[in-house]
Design a protein around this ligand. Sequence first.
Ligand code: AMP
Length: 399
Amino acid sequence: MAKIMAINAGSSSLKFKLYEMPQEQVLTSGIVEKIGHDDAIFTLKHQGEKINKILSIKDHAEAVKLMLDELINNHIISSYDEIKATGHRIVQGGKYFKHSEIFNEDVEAKIESLIPLAPLHNAAHLIGYRAFKKILPNIGAVAVFDTAFHMTMQEEDYIFPIPYEYSEKYDIRRYGAHGTSHHYLALESKKYLSDVKHPKIITCHIGSGASISAIKDYQCVATSMGLTPLGGIMMGTRTGDLDPSVMKYCCYCENKSAEEMFQIFNKKSGLLGVSGVSNDSRDVLSALENGNKRAILAYKLFIRRICDFIGQYYVRLGGCDLIVFSAGIGENSPETRTMIIEQIKDALHVEIDEKLNSSLRGKEGLISTSNSQIKVAVIPTDEEVMIARDTYNLLLKGN
Ligand code: AMP
């Protein structure tokens, strides 16, 4: 038995989940937010209770120390030594990483070299990793990459049709994202596919960030996000795929730089931009119910983009045995699932049981009928357990 911490570090936040491995038992979880501020927020979830503190935290190292001290104060661990390893989510692994790796100087340098491809994320992940290394210098750490699961794609699935020398010189390609989630969903899908020889799965990770993957024999063959998480389907605040001339023309009309427009396409577009209401699907859905025309259009567009990708991946896979819905919207919004199935049902001969569908919010289960030619399941995703598993397997298993 060993305690392992799965970590997702952002530029001003640090999310953590402590596991007892290999049992995969969650001992506690929490988040430190607004790091670098006098009113930073520390939240710890333990035995059904939530502990909240507001205090000054100057940097990530201080956040790590505070978090570990709180684990001791709450009798979750008795000393720092009880933590045997840490696993870190890394958004961009570039061309280097096809699976998780134990941190060393080379791994650290490669993650650093990829900062231009994921400026906010990779830089923050390294800050988090270095903070843990400072406070817990004697334990191993593992990097778990969001892009690794997608590295099995074929060239024609990941190369963009730009001058090929750009792709070569600058490593421009579809890297995708949410790979750890799509991988988890693929593994969890096995129980629904025991009678299928070469399973074909379409996983729909639909949260505020959203992506869809086509998976054959439990390996990724295509995914919707692109060079960065801006590509693919429309999202809470991101455009998803666009004709590049939209970017150029918007810059010209609004007299804005490419960088300014890139920020707008990342942070002010998608459901928020089209509806003018919110980036949160719940707000857009309730505005839609009240007849708000732009909310109706935004949601129609959102659903259409999802269905376009499902159709594309059905063809790419040569059929489909299982469609999986996951993440904030996919897990919790039966209305959204209904709207999607409604649009693909005639072409793909897929049917869901509305009673089963409406009963599933944040819980796992099949929602398709026995007549459906494709099974449909809701599976809550769990990226943290994948981080804990890889960390345990690479550093502690067999020791
Ligand atoms: P995520 O990024 O996976 O945390 O997902 C966030 C999205 O999930 C937001 O758009 C939320 O509106 C949506 N969401 C979360 N809970 C619900 C719910 N109960 N019903 C509908 N949408 C939800």
